[in-house]
Write a protein that binds this ligand. Structure first.
Ligand SMILES: *Cc1c(COP(=O)(O)O)cnc(C)c1O
Length: 453
């Protein structure tokens, strides 16, 4: 498809829903309520939803529900549709692929799309060293495989993760995730040889700088695990579910240097931060951190399920032939979508667009913070932004306020998510196809929600 020159490069395609917030029923509307009843009767109760509103179409910065309400999307399906929902290049590539063939299994009769995605990831991820990539289906599956690869390479078993970490919901990644409710509660026993170290959390660290916070973690790791027992350190360069925590400058480079000195594999979990989200292709780039292995998923393929582990050839090639894989890993539809999503990020300048979103949103939220002492901090990079809500007197986390503000925004047609170990963080993850006008409207709604909560 040829895209005509357009002053807003990420403008939604013709055929995308009208780019305005429009409520034609109360939320949830009657069709969503009826579907919610069927969901309760048919879907396992453990599968919750943020909003009781069922989607019908989406594009640009809008999700249209089954009652015709147009909602502003500040969630991107949890940082997945970074290039936009039903992004034109993704739609075209998947339509062509689905008509050609849907699956052969790369481990049976391989196909070019998988190799092309591997080549693209080897090119785009930080570091000029020789790399290899393996593809999987979900973020958790890729994290598990990064651990398998690090263990095969080092011959050691220990895995270090951090406070507030989120790495998934499988057994090993539940062990790696910090927060009990809802991710782990009642689901143990968990995988062994997983050790937790303290993070750098500038808002709550009492002035500890990045290098000091890293030394605190390293001291604990050396005492409680020992480098000689350690296969890998796995860290989100900006923590996602844990509260959009940006570690103090110097934390990641100091940890990396210690890993290098001790032959410990440094694994960056960029499942949420990757693919232009933070105003760089990968969040590690903000501090010139070159991880040994980088795990990607979410924003990789415009909404199709795909994940990857990319890293140093000598580490990636340590697993024996046949040791890695899976029936669907690197499915041809997902690979076609990933190539189209990557082309969209590069051709439409979405890394720069994420920085524009950052400037617009942080200016508005900064003003709001001046007026509202319950906003303890505005933080994040690029279009991965959050406010941490606190009791102004004590600084204690205020989860009830986060819930109230998110609920008020939802009722006014703005999809916004919460996060944080203490549930007191509102996070904004708009698709990079959203317009400035929609961002301003959504921020107006959030402001009113704060005023009313
Ligand atoms: C979402 C997420 C995962 C898990 O990805 P799934 O595709 O849900 O398995 C892992 N790590 C991080 C940082 C995430 O944000």
């Amino acid at each position: 498809m040829t895209l005509t020159a357009d002053p807003t490069p990420s403008a939604p395609a013709a055929g995308a829903p009208a780019q305005e917030r429009r409520l034609v029923t109360e939320l949830p509307g009657p069709r969503s309520r009826a579907l919610m009843e069927r969901k309760s009767a048919a879907v396992a109760a453990g599968v919750g939803t943020t909003m009781p509103v069922f989607a019908e179409r989406a594009g640009g910065g809008i999700v249209v529900d089954v009652d015709g309400n147009h909602l502003i999307d500040l969630g991107s399906g949890i940082a997945v549709t970074t290039v936009g929902n039903a992004a034109p290049r993704v739609v075209e590539a998947v339509q062509a692929q689905v008509a050609a063939f849907t699956h052969t299994c790369f481990m049976v009769t391989p196909y070019a799309g998988y190799v092309e995605v591997a080549e693209a990831l080897n090119r785009l991820t930080p570091g000029g060293h020789e790399k290899r990539t393996a593809l999987f289906n979900s973020g958790a599956e890729a994290v598990e495989n990064a651990v398998k690869i690090a263990r095969a390479h080092t011959g050691r078993q220990g895995v270090v993760v951090f406070d507030h970490a989120y790495h998934g919901r499988t057994n090993l990644t539940m062990a790696m995730t910090a927060k009990s409710m809802p991710y782990k509660h009642g689901f143990g026993p968990f995988a062994s040889e997983v050790y937790r170290a303290p993070l750098s959390y500038p808002f709550r660290d009492g002035g500890l700088d990045g290098a000091e916070a890293a030394r605190r973690a390293i001291t604990q790791i050396e005492a409680q695990v020992g480098a000689a027992n350690l296969a890998c350190v796995v860290i989100e360069p900006i923590q996602g579910e844990g509260g959009f925590i940006v570690p103090a400058e110097g934390f990641l480079p100091t940890l990396l240097a210690w890993c290098r000195a001790n032959d410990v594999v440094f694994v960056a979990d960029e499942v949420q931060t990757g693919f232009a989200r933070t105003g760089a292709m990968f969040a590690c780039e903000h501090e010139d951190v070159v991880p040994d292995l980088i795990v990607t998923a979410k924003g990789i393929a415009g909404g199709l399920p795909l994940s990857a582990v990319t890293g140093r050839a000598e580490i990636m090639d340590a697993a024996h032939v046949g040791g890695l894989g899976g029936t669907y890993g690197g499915n041809p539809l997902a690979c076609a979508a990933a190539l189209a999503a990557i082309e969209t990020i590069e051709a439409d300048g979405l890394v720069a667009r994420a920085r524009e979103v950052h400037a617009l949103v942080t200016a508005r939220l900064g003003e709001l913070r001046q007026r509202d002492a319950r906003i303890g901090e505005v933080r994040g990079r690029g279009a991965m932004l959050a406010v941490e809500l606190v009791d102004p007197a004590s600084g204690e986390p205020d989860a009830a306020l986060a819930k109230a503000v998110a609920g008020a925004a939802h009722r006014q047609g703005v999809v916004v998510l919460t996060c944080g170990t203490f549930g007191n963080v509102l996070r904004l993850l708009p698709p990079l196809s959203i317009s400035d006008a929609l961002l301003h409207d959504a921020l107006d709604v959030l402001e009113a929600a704060f005023a009313a909560s």
